[in-house]
Design a protein around this ligand. Structure first.
Ligand SMILES: [Zn+2]
Length: 413
């Protein structure tokens, strides 16, 4: 019997609970990915501190000695092989082969449990210079964070080779670190308010980028005194629809992560209506009015900024707006939007569609009152001009971006 038939014989004995898609399968994917990418083992069989022999792999998969408790230096440690991971995960009911581990890690990546980002080494001082330059060129900005961008995302010809599917992981290589930076900033500001004895409100918009921030908003300790509220009403009547990054749903998710569910707010209205009168009567409903009043006093607001574009609009794609609606607001001068609130090149609101949400004038008031209005715009050249208009128009005072967006903003200011 050759080696490969032996291995397949072992995995045939695998109980059905580990079959693809099951919760046990996801758990084992998670464990395999963690062991492979995050764990380290001692290179040698003996402890460099006490010199005692450590015969089992389990004893050596650690950062310190199980016998003398000495911390092992990083240089004494090495990554686990897939064979090591297989051995560590072996149990009486589950005996994975090395190729099974490889498959589990691949599945973890497809599932999104594991994300791999290919980045050049971050040139920290260059990024810090970029930040300083942003702050000096745009006096309206109170704070900025700059992460490393990718040239290929700024090259419109290179982008043509991509599909909407294939571009996402490339964009994530920039957006995920930027979302982490934004989340870190937001948590820091909320902490400061809490330390001062305040009960701050965080108002959160919608969309893919904001969902990345929401995922990263995981405080080390619970924040039960923070109210999390949506920026705008509901995008959809189908909350379980795939990839709905709805403002209400993201606010719920974040309040769960903060353990502040009791304070979470829900804006019980559609995100848009088509007539001014309809908007006015809806915003007078107590259920809606109360939430709007609360978000107009928010301590922290976060959103991304998109161009007004009838061909690449999530709102049009989801049937919330018609193509003609976007063409209409563009004729009225719109160049960008924040959660469906369209604005012109000076950041002034444009009429044509009527969002039910925070509103641009109240947003500008928050900026004037030096509340933290945090936007994340990165990895997309089409968003630079709307971003510039929003900064110029006083709709934002904290920017998280990548160095290429920052350079474009600064050189054409
Ligand atoms: Zn030792």
């Amino acid at each position: 019997m050759d080696d490969s038939s032996l291995k397949s014989g072992r995995s045939r004995g695998r109980p059905s609970q580990y079959e693809e898609g099951g919760p046990a399968r996801r758990e084992i994917m998670f464990m395999a990915a963690r062991l492979y990418y995050e764990s380290r083992k001692l290179k040698r069989m003996e402890c460099p501190a006490c010199r005692r022999f450590l015969p089992t792999l389990r004893e050596r998969v650690a950062r310190r000695c199980p016998l003398c408790r000495a911390d092992w230096a990083v240089t004494e440690l090495t990554r686990l092989t897939q064979e090591d991971v297989a051995a560590l995960l072996e149990s009486p009911t589950f005996a994975p082969s090395r190729s099974e581990i490889q498959r589990l890690i691949g599945e973890a990546q497809d599932d999104g449990i594991l994300q791999i980002h290919v980045l050049r080494a971050q040139e920290d001082h260059e990024l810090a210079d970029c930040r300083d330059e942003l702050l000096s060129v745009f006096p309206g900005l109170l704070e900025a964070r700059v992460v490393k961008g990718r040239e290929d995302l700024f090259d419109l010809d290179a982008l043509k080779a991509h599909t909407a599917e294939s571009i996402r992981p490339v964009r994530n290589a920039v957006l995920v670190p930027a979302a982490r930076a934004a989340a870190e900033l937001i948590l820091g500001i909320l902490h400061k308010h809490l330390e001062e004895g305040k009960e701050p409100t965080l108002c959160i918009s919608w969309g893919y980028v904001v969902h990345l921030i929401a995922d990263a908003l995981r405080p080390a300790e619970a924040m039960p005194a923070v109210t999390v509220a949506p920026f705008v009403g509901a995008l959809t009547a189908h909350p379980f629809e795939a990839n709905v990054y709805d403002s209400n749903l993201l606010a719920q998710q974040v309040s769960e992560q903060f353990h502040s569910e009791e304070r979470a707010l829900w804006l019980a209205s559609p995100a848009f209506v088509r007539h001014e009168g309809e908007r006015d009567s809806l915003t007078k409903c107590i259920l809606v009015q109360e939430v709007l009043e609360q978000i107009r006093k928010a301590h922290v607001v976060t959103f991304s900024i998109a161009p007004a574009d009838e061909d690449n609009s999530t709102l049009v794609e989801r049937g919330l707006l018609k193509r003609e609606d976007v063409l209409l607001v563009k004729r009225n001068g719109a160049i960008g939007e924040i959660a469906g609130h369209f604005f012109d090149q000076n950041g002034r609101p444009v009429s044509g569609v009527y969002p039910i949400g925070l509103g641009l004038d109240p947003l500008r008031d928050l900026v004037s009152n030096r509340r933290a209005v945090v936007t994340l715009v990165a990895a997309d050249r089409r968003r630079v001009e709307p971003l510039r208009a929003a900064i110029r128009g006083g709709l934002v005072n904290i920017l998280v971006t990548d160095h290429l967006t920052a350079k474009t903003l600064v050189t054409q200011a």
